[in-house]
Design a protein around this ligand. Structure first.
Ligand code: ADP
Ligand code: MG
Length: 535
């Protein structure tokens, strides 16, 4: 690069060595992109399924994450390659839309890319491959609809939902407690679900975690949990039928502005000031008592003087409660957030059947349970576990389970899992391929082969012979016309996923195929990668 000046003295830059640039174009670019995409997919392949491996990821500042969740692995991997980033985005959109199936979608996309590479090497234009994939994905998605089953459940019989959530949890580190965690997740979703509108607001489910105890101690609280304690150790720890004042104003006398000056040079003046301050506190406490509050939850702190007075006047208080928690408490207890003491009225108080403080372990770790709230549609899942990594992974796993339960409430169609839907779609797509006269036919067949790679990965991760297992299951599906035969990952002795109770949501599976096809088409259409430093 050189700087030169034109005849008017304006500077301009001359670029030399244009030919030595390594920018890729055309077929080379497509091949390089494909291999970048498959490289990312290969990392996730070993994490798929109930026997999938976990990954340990270290962040730049040394924090460690152990996870089995595809979206989290890619998120933390800090992928630098442009195409790799598309795969990260792919996993993220599956997470965003469905919540589960984030590993499977990347494995599927990787398999599609591998197949595409072969076709391109045989001289088929990438656009024709993309078109063939589009046709095949439509066939597969329609076929999924055909082999899906309706799942009947009602608030008294939540067993089907629990079973589906258990399938999701079985591939996670927490699968030891999948039964209890699945029940917790389903009960939480049912508590906040609007069954008429078929909608679930997951914001109403709060997930809290605290290191210590056992995973089995994880509990569902019909109410809210706040990581705070009573401001004074001698305040009552157990308040029934609490009337809660939710305040965003501090228990403090107004601060003098900096431009005012307060001269205190005699004892009397100090006494007056002190007396006045005390009166301020007194009035505030009185105001709360007048409207009938039996508990005060305050966004701000208050000093020892106020604290002492609150204890003395028998008005329990909690201080330094965060804004988000405050809103949640207000929603749950049906109270209003009050910004000024003058505005406090009896109608604005929140109501809860029981407020109690519970302590954990040997440390001074206490938490506040606000239960049996007036508006009980907010619940909390409280996770216990041996260490921070475990709790974080449990949170992610429960999130997956919550999403699955929500998806089932929205649309109660399921397909049987364990690779069975992929094998069944593969057979259907393969059969349909012959109908296409053009070269798309090859791409449609390649799509069928790519579908096979999901059950193959499941078998491989479970220590089975991938090709033998797949061909056995495939021929069984064709012979018995049974779309429920999958890979027996847990060595349960049967291939029938109906007997093993392995379910997945229909919309989750469909979304996987659609998203994977979309991204692969996008990658195939890129023939030039231009980065800012290379023009
Ligand atoms: P994802 O992030 O894509 O959900 P998972 O690691 O959860 O990935 O694996 C999901 C796959 O494992 C699905 O194809 C599902 O059908 C399969 N699977 C889950 N549990 C079982 C099981 N008990 N037996 C066989 N396959 C299972
Ligand atoms: Mg899963």
């Amino acid at each position: 690069m050189a700087l030169a000046f034109d005849e008017y003295g304006r500077p301009f830059i001359i670029l030399r060595e244009q030919e030595s640039k390594s920018r890729l174009r055309g077929l080379d670019a497509q091949k390089a992109n494909i291999s970048a995409g498959t490289a990312v997919a290969r990392i996730l392949r070993t994490s798929l399924g109930p026997k999938g491996m976990d990954k340990m990821l270290q962040s730049p500042d040394g924090d460690i994450t152990i996870t089995n969740d595809g979206a989290t692995i890619l998120e933390q991997m800090d992928v630098d390659n442009q195409i790799g980033k598309l795969m990260v985005e792919l996993s993220r959109s599956q997470d965003y839309e469905i919540g589960d199936g984030t590993t499977g979608v990347v494995v599927m996309a990787g398999a599609l890319l591998e197949q595409a590479e072969r076709l391109i090497e045989r001289g088929i234009h990438p656009i024709r491959v993309a078109e063939g994939y589009e046709i095949a994905s439509k066939i597969a998605v329609d076929h999924l609809q055909q082999i899906s089953h309706k799942f009947e459940f009602n608030p008294t019989n939540i067993e089907p939902l629990v079973q589906t959530c258990m399938t999701t949890l079985s591939s996670k580190i927490v699968n030891r407690c999948k039964r209890s965690l699945a029940e917790i997740a389903v009960k939480a979703v049912m508590a906040v679900a609007d069954l008429e509108r078929k909608d679930v607001n997951l914001d109403l489910i709060k997930i809290e975690g605290k290191v210590g105890g056992k995973l089995e101690d994880t509990e569902l609280i019909y109410g809210i949990l706040v990581d705070k304690d009573m401001s004074h150790p001698q305040m009552p720890k157990h308040i029934e039928d609490a009337k809660i004042a939710i305040l965003t104003c501090p228990f403090e006398p107004p601060k003098p502005k900096t431009k005012h000056k307060v001269d205190i040079d005699t004892v009397e003046k100090f006494q007056t000031l002190r007396e006045q301050e005390r009166k301020y506190f007194d009035d505030m406490v009185q105001q709360c008592k007048d409207v009938g509050a039996t508990l005060v939850i305050c966004q701000w702190g208050f000093d020892d003087e106020a604290n002492h007075l609150l204890m003395h006047r028998n008005l329990p208080a909690v201080r330094w409660v965060g804004g988000v928690e405050l809103e949640l408490i207000a929603i749950a207890t049906g109270g209003r957030i009050v910004p000024r003491f003058q505005e406090l009225t009896a109608e604005k108080l929140g109501k809860a059947g029981l407020v109690r403080e519970k302590s954990f372990g040997t440390t001074k770790d206490r938490m506040l349970y606000i239960e049996h709230c007036a508006n009980s549609r907010a619940v909390t899942i409280f996770i216990r576990g041996g260490n921070k990594m475990m709790i974080e992974e449990t949170k992610r796993s429960i999130h997956d389970a919550l999403c699955v339960a929500r998806n089932l409430i929205r649309n109660n169609s399921i397909v049987y899992g364990g690779g069975a839907p992929e094998i069944s779609c593969s057979i259907a797509v393969e059969a349909a391929a012959d109908k296409y006269p053009g070269v798309e036919q090859y791409a449609v067949r390649a799509f069928a082969d790519a579908l096979d790679s999901v059950p193959m990965a499941l078998a491989e991760n479970s220590g089975l012979q991938p090709i033998e297992t797949l061909s056995a299951v495939k021929s069984q599906q064709i012979k018995e016309k049974n779309a429920c035969c999958g890979i027996d990952c847990n060595d349960a002795g049967t291939n029938d996923m109906r007997e093993q109770n392995v379910f997945e949501t229909l919309i989750g599976k469909q979304q996987q195929l659609l998203l994977a096809t979309q991204v692969v088409k996008m990658i195939l259409k890129i023939d030039d990668v231009i980065s800012p430093s290379e023009y």
